[in-house]
Design a protein around this ligand. Structure first.
Ligand code: ZN
Length: 67
């Protein structure tokens, strides 16, 4: 899987990505992430709504998407 993604994080498209992200309910593997993205998903309780929040807040306050 890491080779499929060329070692790049599925979310931020940065390397190195070495953390296999999976759904804690189903066990389904979602992809390989960098340390920061994998940690962020965990801290946001794997909640898709909570994960979208930081991007929306950033866009509302800064007027553009974070890079
Ligand atoms: Zn990442």
């Amino acid at each position: 899987m890491i080779a499929e993604q060329v070692g790049v994080c599925r979310i931020r498209l940065v390397a190195p990505a070495a953390h296999v992200d999976h759904c804690h309910e189903t066990g389904k593997v979602r992809g390989v992430l960098c340390f920061n993205c994998n940690s962020a998903l965990g801290k946001l309780n794997d909640d898709p709504g909570a994960c979208a929040g930081p991007s929306l807040t950033w866009k509302e306050t800064c007027g553009s998407q974070p890079s």
